[in-house]
Structure formats: structure tokens, C-alpha cells
Design a protein around this ligand. Sequence first.
Ligand SMILES: [Zn+2]
Length: 268
Amino acid sequence: MPEGDTIHKLANFLEPRLVGQTIIDAGPANAAVARRCVGRRVQQVFARGKHLFIGFDNNIAIRSHLGMHGSWHRYPPGDAWQRPRSQLSVALTTSDWEYVCFNAKAVEIVRTPSVRERIVHGRLGPDLIADNIEPADLVRRAREILEDDALLVDALLDQRVASGIGNVYKSEVLFIERYSPLIPLPNIDDRSLGRCFATAADLLRRNLGGGRRITRCERDGAGVLWVYGRTDLPCLHCDTPIVSQRLGYHHRGTYWCPTCQSDRESAN
Ligand SMILES: [Zn+2]
């Protein structure tokens, strides 16, 4: 499942390969993309949270959001794709490679000045990997943006607050910080919420190097994640079976240890 670290790794891979290249063919899934990119030179490739932007020399960019199931592939021209054409979101061809995106949640053309606007006006929060931001600022954003009925999990996943945390890191951060995902946002104090964001940023940065996503470094063969995907398996800290439930505004699968992660609430 793509999260902020995945998209940064993808941007790091694509940038040196695509910048300076001219798109000689594009499409066919999205005609608007094809029409506006063909013949244009790639000027920049960058990640912002879970969004990948490929910017061209005519002040437009392709924004792709991979959602739960999207991916970018690279093929020599003429090679068979690993996924059927029906799953194609967009394909960009340069003189020597085809860059193909499948199953994206969103692919659209945006004007590059409006990308900056979007960031400036807060529709996309600070990037936890790229931006050096104080946890206190993230806490303030969370308090301003979210309603009083939000849960802690909603604050972590809301890309307007901070971009980069996905569903895996959400559960892992809460385990590491020992907070129950059932805690309402108003019931957690600023310092604790700030620690959750700081831990998330740390995990995202530590996972930029490639390979599997790792939040647990013990070399005991018991796994590289603490709770995510471990329903009914014993907690790796206390042996209590891990529970899972769909929680928050978006009903996303959430995993936690009911013993290690108490419902303790902390007031400001
Ligand atoms: Zn436990």
C-alpha cells in the first residue's frame, strides 16, 4: 500500500530518469493528459505527501495519487506490461522507456502554479519527510482543521494536517506511542499528539532507503511491523491478541493491542 515514503522513493527513482526527457507519446486512458504532455519536456518530478507530480515545460504537471492499489512501472518500449490495459491510468513514453501507471486513485493535469497554491493554502499539509516542521505546528493545524468528533486516527491520516502518513504507519505510530486509536482527538494533549507526528516523521524517513517497510527492528524473526495486519496474533510486546476495527471518518482498518494501548486520556 503506497504511503509517503513509497512516493518519495518513487520520485527519487523517476527524477534523474525523466527530467530533461521529452514525452513522445502518452495516454491513452486519459485523453487530456495525452494531448497536453506529448512533445513537452519534463522539468521536475517531486513527491508531496502521497501525491507524485511530474512537471513539464509548459507550466503543467501530472498529479497522480496511487490510493490503495496504484503503482508506476517502467518498461522498454514494446515489452509486455505486467498488468492488463484495462487497469491503465496513464502511460508516458520517452525515446527509450515507457512509464506506466496502473490503478491510480487519481490522475489529473494541474497547472504548476496551482500546485504551489494548493500547498501554500493548506490543502496539502507540510510533508513529514521533506519539510522540517515543528510538531507544535502540526498540532495546531490538527486542532484547527478537524472537528471535535474526530478521533486521534483521523488527525494522523488527514493529509491537510500533515502529508505522508498512511494506514500502516497510523497503526504503528499509535502502538509505538502506546495510545489507543479510540481516543477522541480533543482528549489527547498537545505534547502527546506532537510526539505521534514526530514518531511518524521518524519512521517515514527511516524507510526511505528501499526494501520492506520496517517499524520494528528486533531481529527475532517475529516480524517488521508491530500491529498492522496482525489481527488475533499475539502482541509482540505482551502477548495479548491484537484487535482490529474500521475506525474514523474513513472507516480504515486499524490494528492495536488493547493491553499496551490503553484508553488513557490526557487533558491539556
Ligand atoms: Zn501488547
